[in-house]
Design a protein. Structure first.
Length: 319
């Protein structure tokens, strides 16, 4: 067992049992909550046979037996759905939500990007969605195994209108009791856009240059492109009535300066390896939202188009 079970058990379905879903869902399950994992293929078989193993810098743990399925109809209605799939997997994940969602169910979205909450809300309604962010570096390390290699392993979420409801505080309590850092920010949309501002320019520029943090931040030209790409997103957030701090670009650049020099983004690794990518939800989203609001996004448009060529060449899909 990891941590202490919350005073009140919660019933949770985890859609996307990869790094994020496996880690946070695993923590909740280890703390005694009723957690059902949605997975498929060899990963599902391993979960059913051997349980879930999480190797973590915050303390490794295992959960067995694990309740896992590839069909949400086997689960039924739950208190919370942790939606932990990549953005390109959202359509199929959203289609699988209906059997899980009752009148009081909350669907917590943890996708990189700013469009996922609305996409989910189109299916279940805004009242059922808790927009959220996850700060963790974790990945699937083979069937039934998750490896957490860094990051604060923290979650933040809130009601659509930033309200702190009973169901939000209940989930915070459950996660805290499971040794997870969980917070309710003053403005969840600002949290989403601030993360978007960080990952998108770095991910796109890293992809088209095949360069890590150390190179992108040390060359004056590429550093300037990072600043310009982030500034475009800051203006785009303002166009969506999400005011980010005036020094958000400087603060984000300082954060980039603190990262390991060899670090790269998941977008870069996925595209250059020919795997499905989140390009459409990252730089592509900036371009789309910019067109809708009349906000110029030339740097992100360039990165989107060039990265798209590289994705097609490498055989990457999902962008």
């Amino acid at each position: 067992m990891v941590g202490k079970a919350a005073a009140e058990q919660v019933r949770v379905a985890v859609i996307g049992t990869g790094g994020i879903g496996g880690y946070f869902g695993g923590r909740l399950a280890a703390a005694g909550h009723d957690v059902r994992f949605v997975a498929r293929g060899a990963h599902l078989e391993a979960l059913r046979r051997d349980g879930l193993r999480v190797d973590s810098t915050a303390g490794s743990f295992a959960v067995a037996p694990v309740r896992a399925t590839d069909d949400t109809r086997d689960i039924g209605e739950v208190d919370y759905v942790l939606l932990c799939v990549k953005t390109w997997q959202l359509p199929s994940a959203i289609a699988a939500l209906k059997p899980l969602v009752g009148s009081d169910t909350a669907v917590v979205t943890f996708q990189n990007g700013v469009e996922a909450p609305e996409q989910v809300a189109q299916e279940v309604g805004r009242g059922a969605v808790l927009p959220g962010t996850a700060k963790i570096i974790a990945h699937l390390d083979g069937p039934g195994r998750v490896r957490h290699v860094g990051g604060p392993a923290a979650l933040a979420f809130a009601e659509w209108d930033n309200g702190v409801s009973e169901r939000v505080t209940r989930l915070v309590s459950a996660l805290t009791g499971a040794s997870v850092a969980a917070a309710v920010p003053d403005d969840i949309w600002a949290e989403l856009w601030a993360k978007f501002l960080f990952v998108v320019p770095f991910g796109g520029l890293g992809t088209v240059t095949d360069a890590p943090f150390g190179v992108l931040r040390s060359r004056p030209g590429t550093r300037r492109l990072l600043v310009e790409g982030m500034t475009e997103i800051q203006r785009l957030a303002a166009a969506h009535d999400v005011p980010l701090p005036e020094d958000i670009v400087a603060r984000t650049l300082d954060f980039i300066d603190q990262q390991p020099a060899e670090g790269t983004s998941s977008l870069q690794r996925d595209i250059l390896s020919g795997r499905p990518s989140e390009l459409d939800a990252w730089n592509g989203s900036v371009v789309r939202l910019g067109e809708r609001t009349g906000t110029p996004t030339p740097v992100n448009r360039y990165l989107y188009e060039v990265a798209g060529v590289l994705a097609a060449r490498a055989g990457s899909t999902g962008e």
